[in-house]
Design a protein around this ligand. Structure first.
Ligand SMILES: [Zn+2]
Length: 433
């Protein structure tokens, strides 16, 4: 004997975050409860940083570490060893629930349609509000060159603002400086508000997209709060309620399909022939400075420099995960198995593929800048995915990697910090914020 369809539908409509939320603590920095996006450390494998994702809209969970995936009922079966019937019953499902009359069915369907419409409306309101806020922050920002964003944060990393005499017009004005931008820590619980915990100077970068054609539509702002008292260092933020560290970088607006275009030759009527793309404004600017020193301003006239919003968004969604060659975890049953990470084959088929970053058609040569300071295997999967996704007849695509254990800014930063230490007679600040 099994459950009537309407009873199963009712159970499947329970938000999956409520089911899994009994077992895990959601990571507040990464979670966006409003969008139905929840992150936690995986309940199926041991880990310290959250790679377990739970999606209320789809009613599914997925671990990017070990590959565990399924729906709410599947979760209870996997995690708690329940049968299907036990799992549904544990959620209040009744096998002897009476069949519905046609009127009841129609009413139920109307109710669901109304809820879906309300969700979509909420979603649109949320997105519109985010975009409006992003635009307000961006518009209130001032010129980056010469601001403390350049003279304190960038200078401490061995960087200077693009837009020096002779090439000013070729620089896409993608950076700005915010004098005193409030920082909100995530709300502590449902129905509560984000908490203002800090306010200070920040570097702003415009997220634009889509990348096809010349349409540089503003879609969000990437914010880096820096420490005004320690050149080259991001600000260290601690959540006063929990004692946890909080990220000094944030995004407002949308990151889907977007990039930060630091240098756009189209500003002076030159098509993008060559593209350098990496993860992080500081990394890409480091490479740009180095390349300009070697090739000269003319040598990079047709080269665009861009950053993806984060590492995974450079490669976009993957068809499947692959086993990590060296990272492992121990399962419930005590077996040691490899971690799983998004693999080298791009997902070009499902609706998720629409969120991937695509390049302008004019790009003939792509060089991806790979940091070697995090997990190199994971980064190589991302590069492979991007290369496959961006492949076109006549387009060359390659990767260059920072020395083992470093990103492209490390040595510049080290030298800048040493020089600043000499200037002020203090010991140079060390370490990566
Ligand atoms: Zn896992």
């Amino acid at each position: 004997m099994t459950f009537p369809d309407h009873e199963l539908d009712r159970i499947k409509a329970i938000p999956i975050s409520e089911i899994i939320g009994r077992d895990v603590t959601w990571d507040r920095a990464k979670t966006n409860a409003h969008a139905g996006d929840f992150w936690a450390c995986c309940p199926f494998h041991a880990e310290k940083t959250p790679s377990f994702h739970c999606d209320d809209r789809r009613g599914t969970y997925k671990c990017f570490g070990c590959g565990a995936a399924g729906d709410g009922i599947g979760y209870l079966m996997e995690r708690h060893g329940l049968t299907f019937v036990e799992a549904v019953e544990s959620l209040g499902g009744k096998r002897d629930a009476p069949e519905l009359s046609p009127e009841q069915k129609a009413a139920l369907e109307a109710e669901r349609a109304a809820k879906a419409a309300a969700d979509a409306r909420d979603d649109n309101i949320y997105r519109a509000r985010e975009l409006r806020r992003a635009r307000e922050i961006w518009t209130a920002g001032r010129t980056f060159a010469g601001s403390p964003g350049e003279t304190i944060y960038w200078r401490g990393r061995g960087l200077w603002a693009p837009g020096r005499p002779g090439e000013r017009s070729a620089v896409y004005p993608s950076l700005r400086f915010a004098e005193d931008l409030p920082y909100y820590a995530p709300a502590l619980g449902k129905g509560q508000k984000p908490r203002l915990i800090y306010s200070g100077p920040a570097v702003l970068a415009a997220i634009v997209g889509p990348a096809d054609g010349d349409d540089l539509r503003f879609q969000g702002v990437h914010i880096t709060w820096f420490d005004p008292d320690h050149a080259g260092e991001k600000v260290r933020l601690i959540d006063p309620a929990t004692g946890e560290g909080l990220p000094a970088k944030k995004i407002r607006g949308s990151k889907a399909r977007g990039w930060i275009l630091l240098r756009d030759p189209r500003r002076v009527g030159i098509g993008i022939g060559r593209l350098r793309i990496g993860e992080g404004v500081e990394t890409v600017r480091s490479y740009w400075q180095a390349e300009e020193a070697v090739r000269g301003a003319d040598g990079i006239a047709a080269t665009a420099y861009a950053t993806s919003i984060d590492l995974q968004s450079m490669g976009g969604p993957a068809m499947a995960t692959v086993a990590h060659p060296s990272a492992t975890h121990t399962t419930k049953t005590g077996k040691v198995v490899p971690d799983r990470v998004p693999g080298p084959v791009p997902d070009t088929e499902t609706p998720r593929a629409l969120r991937a970053l695509m390049l302008p058609d004019s790009v003939r040569e792509v060089l991806m800048l790979g940091d070697s300071d995090s997990d190199a295997f994971t980064a190589r999967q991302v590069h492979a995915r991007a290369a496959a996704r961006w492949a076109r007849p006549g387009r060359r695509i390659g990767s260059v990697w920072a020395p083992e254990g470093e990103d492209f800014n490390d040595r510049l930063k080290e030298r800048a910090q040493a020089a600043l230490g000499q200037e002020t007679g203090t010991a140079p600040a060390r370490g990566n914020a």
